[in-house]
Design a binder for this molecule. Structure first.
Ligand SMILES: Nc1ncnc2c1ncn2[C@@H]1O[C@H](COP(=O)(O)OP(=O)(O)OP(=O)(O)O)[C@@H](O)[C@H]1O
Ligand SMILES: [Mg+2]
Length: 461
């Protein structure tokens, strides 16, 4: 149980309800191995839930234990984050730290991280609220459609009771037909609000939408609010959809959405800072080093905890969890400025992937590569089957190409699989034989010559 201070929205069952073991088990469904990293992430998340149960004065002093995941390319760092994001009911943002040093981005306000996170939270909470009002919205929309199909009679006191009953019965009959989808294609006329900009107006700003919101929107009220409405003919099915979303917008209270969203960011926001090693480097006298150190300095306050002003209000970042990741091939975590190192007390190493890991990655995850390709070809009636020894050989080949050329981790499996199934993918539904068994011989036939020739594999695999 999480205690939400405002108590406005009961959050859906989410990451915060899971114990560390359960989080690891969820991650296990998608990511092979990397136990230490999964554990660290799970503990950090759980500690936040624990913190929320503490008395306020103690809770305020418990700072999140930010994590650095260290591991070479393609071993699952981003994959762990991606899966967490899917799992989580928490606002979750992934950013590349390196993007803040790119030309054109230098000096880009790192506070945008927090603003983006707030936008994500707003969407999240809005979706939840929409779920809550979905039934009501659907009912209201249905009523409005019925009003159009069978306009209510003007209040006529002379109308007999009988007539009124008759009217109600007809309306209920119509309702049933509507629910059964029998009226779907009937055309009705509907008043629709125009969305977005009136045609012919286009706004291009260098700063992007965030800044524009403040300026132009305020200057020309009504331009963006879509104040105008027009009549449009559309089938009932489409009209219903339109009215449901309009009703949903009417029923949810955006003020409380932003309040809850801000609270959600402050208490359970997660920022995944990818490619953190790309900003490592300090005391460099010139060139990129300077800007890298600058970015680290810029990041410090939001990681340590500061207040950021957003469109929806102020956000404190003290309890936002930061998970950083990087290959750290050249730079080491110790190349980060000391203040930043101190903000990431937990370090986890991701293991290099073994041949056996490759085998498991091919088969075990819920949407493993083998399952993906099988499903893709299934759409054209091709039944793909891999024998045990074929999978063994694929893993073997991927592993040795990684060794002989460059180690790109599990990404190698993608290139190898693509090459292996090149012919079958090309022929697709034209294949006369609908059942295709991929055995060891087939793998060897397709790949041996490439794998054995180092130069060739450099290009092809
Ligand atoms: N341990 C693993 N289990 C399952 N799949 C994995 C694993 N490691 C990598 N993969 C797969 O390999 C691909 C690349 O992995 P990922 O994006 O996580 O790499 P990364 O560690 O973030 O590398 P980089 O440092 O280049 O960003 C993904 O498609 C992912 O599904
Ligand atoms: Mg990555």
């Amino acid at each position: 149980m999480v205690i939400y201070l405002s108590g406005e929205v009961a959050p859906p069952p989410n990451l915060d309800d899971l114990t560390p073991k359960q989080i690891v088990a969820e991650l296990d469904k998608h990511v092979v191995g990397q136990r230490a990293a999964k554990r660290a992430v799970a503990i950090a998340l759980r500690n936040r839930v624990r913190r929320q149960k503490l008395p306020l004065d103690l809770a305020q002093d418990v700072i999140p234990k930010n994590i650095i995941m260290i591991g070479s390319t393609g071993v699952g760092k981003t994959e762990i984050a991606r899966r967490l994001a899917r799992l989580s009911g928490s606002p979750f943002l992934k950013v590349e730290a390196s993007k803040f040093t790119e030309v054109g981005y230098v000096g880009r306000d790192v506070e945008s991280i927090v603003r983006d996170l707030v936008e994500i939270a707003i969407d999240l909470v809005r979706e939840e609220k929409i779920d809550e009002v979905a039934d009501k919205a659907e009912f209201n929309a249905e009523e409005r459609i019925l009003d159009i199909l069978l306009p209510p009679k003007p209040d006529d006191s002379s109308a007999s009771e009988n007539n009124n009953d008759q009217f109600q019965r007809t309306r209920e009959k119509l309702r049933q037909q509507l629910r059964d989808g029998k009226l779907n294609s009937r055309l009705i006329e509907l008043e629709v609000k125009e969305r977005g900009l009136p045609s012919g107006i286009e706004i291009i700003t260098p700063q992007g939408i965030e800044e524009m919101d403040i300026n132009i929107k305020d200057m020309i009220p009504g331009l963006f609010s879509g104040g105008r409405s027009t009549k449009r003919k559309m089938p009932v099915e489409e009209a219903l959809e339109y009215l449901i979303s309009e009703e949903e917008q009417n029923l949810i209270d955006m003020d409380s959405v932003s309040r809850v969203a801000l609270e959600r960011v402050e208490n359970s926001g997660i920022v995944f800072l990818d490619e953190i090693d790309k900003i490592a480097g300090r005391e460099g006298a010139h060139g990129p080093e300077v800007s890298r150190e600058g970015v680290q300095r810029d990041l410090l306050p939001i990681i340590e905890g500061t207040t950021v002003n957003t469109k929806y209000g102020m956000v404190r970042t003290d309890h936002v969890l930061f998970i950083a990741a990087g290959a750290f091939h050249v730079a080491k975590p110790s190349d980060l400025i000391p203040e930043l190192q101190g903000r990431f007390p937990i370090r986890v190493n991701l293991d290099p992937l073994t041949k056996d890991d490759f085998k498991r990655i091919l088969t075990e995850p819920k949407n493993s590569l083998i399952r993906q390709y099988t499903a893709l070809l299934q759409t054209e009636g091709i039944c793909l089957e891999f024998t045990e020894d074929a999978i063994e050989t694929i893993a073997d080949f991927a592993y040795s190409v990684n060794k002989s050329t460059e180690n790109i981790g599990a990404r190698r499996l993608h290139t190898v699989m693509e090459k292996l199934l090149d012919e079958i993918s090309f022929e697709g539904s034209d294949l006369p034989e609908k059942k295709q068994v991929i055995n060891q011989d087939y793998v060897r036939k397709m790949l041996s010559s490439i794998v054995e020739n180092e130069d060739l594999s450099r290009y092809i695999l």
